[in-house]
Write a protein that binds this ligand. Structure first.
Ligand SMILES: *Cc1c(COP(=O)(O)O)cnc(C)c1O
Length: 379
């Protein structure tokens, strides 16, 4: 006998147009393959999926790194894996901070008991190669970490020159591409990135839960000469790689269904062509930027530093930013986000990631914002 007073009805969420900083909308093809029957984590059919995912990720990261695989966990698990594996107690690390996620790296590096120096740059600006060079002259570091697409500010961090500086100082270059991989080029080998991670639910449009990661042979050498075991057993790459390489040694059960989805999403990027995919992101972002400016709104980041996959918009004087977002969601089924940290209450954040990044979504958002702001002005 049960004595339930609550009725648990069918889950029937209203479909949304997801234009926030992630998750993005999931393509029906990805949803469909995710319903593929379960197989075992060592089933030859799944081993083939694993091999495909690794090959497709190498092509997206533009790398030949043997160790390229999805960490089981969200983007933050990728961040922890990247920092935990390459930092030991007392190791000097330089973290560039120009937004919320740079600050999260500082927090995690501190928990590795590394000796953390931070290079702070105002929110909304990019870090300059000269600043990194000066910081490394003042104090050498084993690892230099920064965020490529800062989702809290909408800045796209140029990587080429900083990569060269980091290499010249003999440090490892660690880059967060959670909000950029799949939306803008991430040329890991060409730039000389040693450790790079991303997230499945942003420009790849897979549900949250996987964090693609790639590690250079140089960084692998450092990993294998660690003095102490990686503090996190779950994120220990020396163990995870044995499952993803030909050894196939059980470590943890891979999220099978998510890997089906990631494989399909990566296949779709391949079909579209990397260059076309990046072109779509920049073209659709330009449509958004021009449309917002035509409505009289101001964008926070100068055009040359803007990240196509995430745009920050200044909230006009006298407008209740949360009320606008509530109306967008309740009346138009459109999700955007508010500002984080220094931009709290002052900015809206509009994401154009993966399958969400389509002109029809931009036009729906522009039309809705225009109506909401005009109604407010006339009331
Ligand atoms: C979203 C995001 C993260 C964190 O990813 P989660 O999937 O939320 O854990 C880290 N870095 C950047 C730049 C992000 O946009």
């Amino acid at each position: 006998m049960t004595n339930e007073s609550t009725e648990f009805r069918d889950l029937n969420t209203s479909p949304r147009i997801l234009l926030g900083p992630g998750p993005s909308m999931v393509h029906p093809r990805v949803l469909r393959v995710m319903a593929t029957p379960m197989v075992g984590y060592l089933d030859p059919q799944f081993l083939e999926v694993m091999d495909d995912v690794q090959a497709l990720l190498r092509s997206l990261f533009q790398t030949s790194n043997p160790l390229t695989l999805p960490i089981s966990g969200t983007g933050s698990a990728g961040m922890e894996a990247a920092l935990f594996n390459f930092l030991e107690e007392g190791d000097p690390v330089l973290v560039c901070v120009n937004g919320f996620f740079g600050a999260r790296m500082v927090e995690i590096a501190g928990r590795c008991r590394a000796s953390v120096a931070r290079l702070d740059v105002p929110w909304g600006e990019a870090v300059l190669a000269r600043q990194v060079d000066e910081a490394l002259r003042a104090r050498p570091a084993k690892v230099v970490a920064l965020v490529h697409g800062e989702t809290s500010t909408g800045v796209q961090q140029p990587l080429d020159e900083i990569g060269a500086v980091v290499r010249r100082h003999g440090a490892l270059f660690l880059v967060d591409t959670v909000a950029s991989l799949g939306g803008v080029p991430v040329a890991v080998d060409e730039i000389g990135i040693d450790v790079c991670y991303a997230g499945s639910q942003k420009c790849l449009s897979v549900p949250p839960g996987l964090a693609p990661l790639t590690v250079s042979p140089r960084a692998m050498d450092i990993l294998s000469s660690r003095k102490t075991p990686v503090q996190s057993w779950y994120l220990d790459l020396s163990l995870i790689r044995k499952y993803w390489s030909s050894e196939r040694v059980y470590h943890h059960t891979a999220p099978i269904g998510l890997n089906y989805g990631l494989r399909e999403a990566l296949r779709m990027v391949q079909e579209e062509g990397l260059a076309n995919c990046f072109e779509r992101h920049s073209r659709t972002a330009a449509l958004l930027w021009d449309g917002l400016e035509a409505l009289g709104l101001q964008l926070i980041v100068p055009r040359e530093s803007r990240l196509p996959s995430l745009t920050t918009v200044r909230v006009p004087e006298g407008v209740d930013e949360m009320a606008v977002r509530r109306q967008l969601l309740n009346e138009y089924n459109i999700e955007i986000a508010g500002g984080l940290g220094a931009f709290k209450g002052k900015a809206w954040r509009v994401g154009l990631m993966g399958y969400s990044c389509r002109p029809e979504n931009v036009l729906a958002l522009l039309g809705a914002i225009e109506r909401i702001l005009r109604r407010k002005g006339s009331s």
